[in-house]
Ligand binder design. Sequence first.
Ligand code: 6R9
Length: 659
Amino acid sequence: MVDRNGWARDHPVLTGSLRRPPAAFLEQANVTDSDIYDEFDERWPECWERAADLLSWDQPYETVLEDEDAPFYRWFADGQLNAAENCIDRHLEDGRKTHTAIRWEGKHGERETYTYRDLYVATNEFAAALRELGVEADDVVTIYLPMIPELPIAMLACARIGAPHSVVFAGLSADALATRMDAADSEYLVTCDGYYRRGDAFNQKSKADNARLEVDQDVRTVVVDRLGEEMPHVLGDDEHDYHDLRRRFAGETVEPVSRDAEDMLFLMYTSGTTGEPKGVVHTTGGYLSHVAWTTQAVLDVKPEDTYWCAADIGWITGHSYIVYGPLALGTTTVMYEGTPDYPDRDRLWEIVDRNAVDIFYTAPTAIRAFMKWGESYPNEHDLSSLRLLGTVGEPISPRPWQWYYEHVGDEACPIVDTWWQTETGAVTISTLPGVDEMKPGAAGPGLPGIDVQIVDDDGREVEAGDSGYLTIAEPWPGMARTLYSGDDRFREEYWERFSNPEEDEWRYGSGDAATIDDDGYITVLGRVDDVINVSGHRLGTMEIESAITDVDGVAEAAVVGRSSESNGTDIHAYVSTEGGYNVDDSDMSETIERSIETAIGPMATPKSILFTPELPKTRSGKIMRRLLEAVANGEELGDTSALRNPEIVGEIQAEIREE
Ligand code: 6R9
C-alpha cells in the first residue's frame, strides 16, 4: 500500500526489539530521570538553561531565545563568553592543571599527552603568534591540518582571540581548499609539511601552495613541521614555521576575548557532493551549550573519563565531539592520527586497552569493517574499561549494531545511535542512555527540547509506521545560524519547504527521510534524494541496504535507482562481501533477493546486483550513492575529488559495460 504522498506504507522497518541498558550503567549515568522530557517540554525554551549553565559566562545572559526574526534565531544573545576559556582556563582554576586534556596517538606509535596546563600554554603562545601575524577578531582563519595536536591547538587559539576558524579536511584537494578559502575570504592558513596515511608520507604543503596560487587574496601561512627530514620544505614569503613561532612567543599569554554568544565560533563547509560548498555558520554560546550538554547527557562523559571519538576533526563530528564537547567538560579526549587497520586490524582495540578508554564513539562504516574483519581482533584485547558505545554518520542496521554490542561492548555497554548533521551542530536524535531503552536500527526519539516531526509532502505529521521527511519544528541552541554565502540560501535550503511564515510556523527540513514508530522512535531511512520510487512505491535505499547487509557474508551494500521505461525507476544494488567469503554470485544474489522480499516486499528486489570489492566512499566514509546512481544511469560522473577510492569507480563501470 502506498499513501497519497507516495511513501511506502506498512513496510516492516528493520528494527530489533527494545533493550534495557545494562543495570550497572544506569546506576552511574549522568541523566537518569525520565521526567527530563516533560521538564523540557514544559519549560521550553528556558529548559535550555540547563545546557548553558554547563558553561562559564563572562556576562550572564538574560534572554534564552530571541525568535522575532525567524528562521534567524538568537540564543542567549545578551550573554558573553569565550569558548577557549571554557575549554581550558576554567579547568585550571578547578585544580585540574595536571589532568590530561588530549591524549594523542600517532600513526607510528608515537604518543603525546597534553595536560590542561600544557594546552593552556600552547594555545596562548599560538594565539599570540596569530595576533602578531595580523589576525584580529572576526578574521576567518583556515586550518588545513591532519589529526595532529596542532589542529585543536590552532582551533582553540583562534577561539581565544575571537577569530572564527574554518577547518578544511586534510584529505581534500588543493581545489577544494581554494574554493573554501575564497568563499570565506580567508587570508590566513595553518597547514603542515605533510602527514602519514597508512605507511606513506603525503605532501600537504604542495596542495596548500597550489591552493594559494588559486585564490585572489594574499595569504599568510603557518606551517607545522610534522614529518621533519622525511618531507623537507622551504618557507616562502609570508610563510612561518609553527615551532619557531611558538619559541618566539614562549610563555606569552593572551587575554581571552569576550565574545557575544551569537558571534561566529567557526565555519564548516559541508562535504558538498553537489553545487557550491555550503559554509555552515556556528556561534559561540548556543553551539557550545548544546555540544557540552549532549556530551554529558547522551555520551555520558564525566570529567574523570578517558573518552574517544574516532572521527576526524576535519568534519563536524570531530569539532563537536573530539574538541569542544569533551574539553568543555574537562575530560580526557583521545585523538588518533592513523587508520583502524594499520599496522594491524586490532589497532583501535589496542588503543582502547592501553588507555582504558571509557567511552568509544565511531561510525557504522567502521563497525561494518570490524565485523568484516571478525571478532578475533577485539577479542585479543581487554576492553572491559568501556562503559558506553556510540555511533554516528549513517543509519546502523540491526546486524552490525548487534555485533558492536556483543563483541566490543561485551553486552555491558549501552549503544547510542546519534542522528545529527553539520547543520544541527550537535546530537538532536538519540536515546538518553540512562533513561531510554535501545532499539537496534532506530536512532531513538528527539532529545528533550528537540521537536522532531516526520511529515508528508503537505507538512502534516505522518502516522506511526509511515515514512516522511525528517523535520524539526522548534529551534535549538546548536543549530546553524546561516550559511556564510548568504541568508537567502539558508532560508531556501532548510526552511522554505516545510514552514508557514504567515502563521509564524517554522520547520527545519533536514533532507533526510525517516519513519517513526509507536514508541516515538525514529528510524532514519537516508537522504530524501536517496529514496527510490519504483512503480509508485517509494522505497528507502537504506531499508533495502539493511536487508542486504543482514545476509551472512555481505559486508556493505549501496542501492540506487536507474531510470526505467516500465517502472519509472529500477533498483540496482552494489554489494561488497566479507573478506575470504567464498562468493558464488548466483547463490548469494538469490539469498539477497529473499532477504529483501522478506523485509520489505517483492517490489523492492533489485533489477541487478553487482558484486564489487569495495564501494566508492567519501573521505568521511560515506558511501557515495549519487555517484553509483550516475554510473548505473550511464551519466556524467562529475566531480569525484571527494572520493577516498576513486579507482573503484572505473572497475564498476567496466563490470556494468560487460553486463
Ligand atoms: C554528524 C554527521 C549528516 C547526515 C544526515 C544523515 C546521516 C548522521 C545518522 C545519520 C542515520 C544516524 N546521519 N547520523 N543517519 N542515523 N545516527 O554525520 O553530519 O556529515 O553533516 O551528515 O548523515 O543522512 O543527514 P554530516
